[in-house]
Design a protein around this ligand. Sequence first.
Ligand SMILES: C[S@@+](CC[C@H](N)C(=O)[O-])C[C@H]1O[C@@H](n2cnc3c(N)ncnc32)[C@H](O)[C@@H]1O
Length: 249
Amino acid sequence: MSLEEQYRTDANLQARIGLHARFSTNPGWGRWLFEREAPGPGARILEVGCGPATTLWGANLERIDPSWQLTLADFSPGMIEAARAVLGDRAEYFVADVQELPFADESFDVVLANHMLYHVPDRSKAFAEIRRVLVPGGTLHAATNGRGHFAELQALVGANWPFWRHNEAFGLETGPPQLEAFFADVRVERFETGLVVTEVEPVLAYVRSSESYRGGDLSEVAEMVEAAITRDGAFRIRTTPGLISCCKP
Ligand SMILES: C[S@@+](CC[C@H](N)C(=O)[O-])C[C@H]1O[C@@H](n2cnc3c(N)ncnc32)[C@H](O)[C@@H]1O
């Protein structure tokens, strides 16, 4: 599945968000992220690859400061439509690729790039664009995952699902050295959580909905997840989300 096809609408992403929403040991990711990413009053905020805006904004609607100037961008028109349904006239919306941003130099105090930089083919171009639109001293927050994310499920599905590639492309370990060439004061914070899954189908839906899934029969995976649930009461999956933050010098 191409990236454009994957994100034409928010349906695939919502299947994955749904697994976290139902089975996370710590359901507070969206609230945690908001507390770290929210700037002071009057800030001009740009979110790139905003998706349907449910995780960050939808989970914190009552905490959105009306003095913020909020700009949401995504390369998928379907995602922008979904984001608009969540935030309405609290934000401005742009269909835009992070590698070529349609904004003036130094026009934002904060840029957010949550779980999206690992998809970007030319990340140096994206970092240069983000740095260009930030004011000096402005902040970039980029959420992603660390190594070992979904390790137990990856082990069952194998080569048909090279999901680990996201974290090698831009993860909590591999992202900071890439950012250091463009930004200062690069730091990482991890969010402690995991999945304790008690149903088979949401696990399969997660794999099927992912752009890295190359097809192939999942019936053996289903049997092994079912066996773990019967034996241990649940199929436990390690998840390793976190946040990388840095500043434009
Ligand atoms: C995994 S989703 C994350 C969505 C949202 N940030 C969140 O955390 O829920 C990745 C998003 O990045 C968008 N995206 C991928 N590549 C992009 C690019 N080059 N420029 C802008 N958006 C992009 C996709 O359309 C999708 O909405």
